[in-house]
Write a protein that binds this ligand. Structure first.
Ligand code: FAD
Length: 454
């Protein structure tokens, strides 16, 4: 990090995953950073909302963590997941590797990661953390900020020079920008909600399902997934329609929940002793995609993370994309020094198409996970893609790998993924089993497609 020529006092709103990481990037360039967070300090109050919920961290996220020097520390508490394990309704398993041999996505505790980032922020003398401070409103023109202390209820007015809005999907900073002229905004909800449930560890703290994997119970119109925790437990998330024959609306009693799970997820029911209690105790979360533009107001306000691009969770990329925002902003700070106007406008110019692409990809992947991963033809197609990738090194990277294991801009990855999908739709009618790939006529088709692709 090269320190900036003119250090400033900057304001970050929201100390979630992206805000706490961003404050570290800004401070390491020599700025003083005031960070305001609505919640209490989660390091003092035990786990967030009493639960340890985990997230999949992948290459884009790792890069940002490594840049601020905490990659190794987080790696100690991250569980690599090398493959998807699909559970069918009879409890039979099938497998799909995520990438090449040692490629993995990593299960990390959201609260643990956030606490580590806050601890580092606290240790930096240039960062001042202000907890229990909720942003009520702000005026981007006059740079006035209205905050409320969530404990005493006291309100205070203050000013900022430059404000970074990292206050999440329902951002108060974005709400203020929405009142400026010609502001574009859209939000779109899926007809699905999600419910978090728990798989208990075994008696000796062991994992009762394969540890180093992401588990999926694909069921066509809905699905459940599970990610491992360090203590031997797994966090499950059921993605389920709000309405309809199999839906949150149709499961109203503990008996209905128990019977439904025994029918469709029979292999995990014995591992979920608190199933029905949790089902009714835990809230049903909604799934929203939020798009907006611009993300910057002059050189005064900039949105990052979910505040500017909230996406549905099916590619495991929301946090990773927010962390990549920090990496990109940091590169621009390096490149353009104190020209904040240029930095903010270049940031949104570069990032917006990529945020739109990952938003689309995330919706697309929902269908793949809940439906297609249970289809043997789909799994065969993935095997064939792996063969093509091995035969033409550097010329064919599966879409999932481009998104998850590369730093290729999301928009480029999406584009090339669509081209590859078209090629596969022409090849697959000629392939009934993996061995068919070696047949001369199939090889000729593959050569022809690859030559045409250039
Ligand atoms: P947030 O984490 O929402 O943080 C915003 C912070 O701002 C919070 O601390 C909040 O208290 C604070 N705040 C809000 N309003 C105010 C206010 N008015 N004043 C002051 N402070 C305020 N991403 C992945 O990469 N991998 C995954 O596997 C993954 N799984 C997910 C599963 C689910 C079910 C969901 C819902 C999301 C998942 N995500 C995942 C997405 C990820 O959670 C988000 O992208 C990430 O949390 C965004 O970070 P953020 O800091 O921008 O926002």
């Amino acid at each position: 990090f090269s320190a900036t020529t003119s250090a400033e006092t900057l304001t970050v709103m929201g100390a979630g995953l992206v805000g706490s990481l961003l404050s570290l990037f800004l401070a390491r360039r020599g700025h003083t950073v005031d960070v305001y967070e609505r919640r209490a300090d989660m390091r003092l109050s035990g786990s967030v909302e009493g639960r340890s919920i985990n997230l999949a961290l992948s290459d884009r996220g790792w890069r940002a963590l490594e840049e601020v020097g905490i990659g190794d520390e987080i790696r100690q508490v991250a569980i690599p997941m090398y493959r998807r394990v699909m559970h069918d309704a009879q409890g039979n398993l099938s497998y799909q590797p995520y990438g090449q041999d040692n490629q993995a996505i990593y299960s990390v505790s959201r609260a643990g990661l956030n606490r580590t980032l806050l601890g580092l922020a606290e240790a930096d003398p240039r960062i001042r953390l202000h907890f229990n401070q909720q942003c009520l409103s702000l005026d981007p023109r006059t740079r006035q900020l209205e905050l409320r202390d969530t404990i005493t209820g006291q309100e205070q007015h203050t000013t900022f020079r430059r404000l970074f809005g990292t206050d999440g999907a329902f951002s108060a900073v974005r709400s203020a920008l929405q009142k400026t002229e010609r502001y574009n905004y859209s939000q779109s909800y899926l007809d699905y909600g999600y419910k978090e449930l728990n798989i208990e560890p075994g008696p000796a703290g062991e994992w009762l399902l394969e540890k180093n994997a992401l588990h999926i119970w694909p069921r066509g119109q809905y699905m459940m997934i599970a990610l491992p925790n360090l203590d031997g437990s797994f966090n499950c998330t059921l993605f389920f329609p709000y309405e309809g024959p199999h839906s949150f609306a149709s499961l109203q009693t503990p008996e209905q929940v128990q019977a439904f799970f025994e029918e469709v997820f029979p292999d995990v029911v014995p591992l979920m002793p608190e199933l029905t209690d949790e089902f009714f105790r835990n809230p049903t979360g909604s799934l929203v995609t939020i798009r907006c533009f611009p993300w910057a107001f002059d050189d005064d306000v900039l949105l990052l993370g979910d505040a500017s691009h909230a996406i549905v969770p099916f590619y495991g990329q929301g946090m990773n994309a927010g962390f990549e925002d920090c990496t990109v902003l940091n590169q621009l700070l390096e490149q353009y020094g104190d020209d904040w106007h240029r930095i903010f406008s270049e940031f949104q110019r570069q990032r917006k198409p990529n945020a739109d692409a990952i938003a689309d990809l995330a919706v697309y992947n929902f269908e793949e996970m809940r439906d297609r991963v249970g289809d043997p033809r789909f799994l065969l197609q993935k095997k064939i893609e792996a063969r093509i990738s091995a035969q033409f090194p550097g010329k064919w990277t599966p879409l999932y790998s481009q998104v998850t294991f590369s730093h290729t801009p999301y928009a480029e990855a999406w584009q090339s993924g669509q081209t590859q999908e078209q090629i596969m739709s022409r090849l697959m009618p000629h392939i009934q089993a993996e061995a068919d790939y070696d047949r001369p006529e199939v090889q000729a088709l593959v050569e022809q497609e690859m030559a045409r692709r250039g």
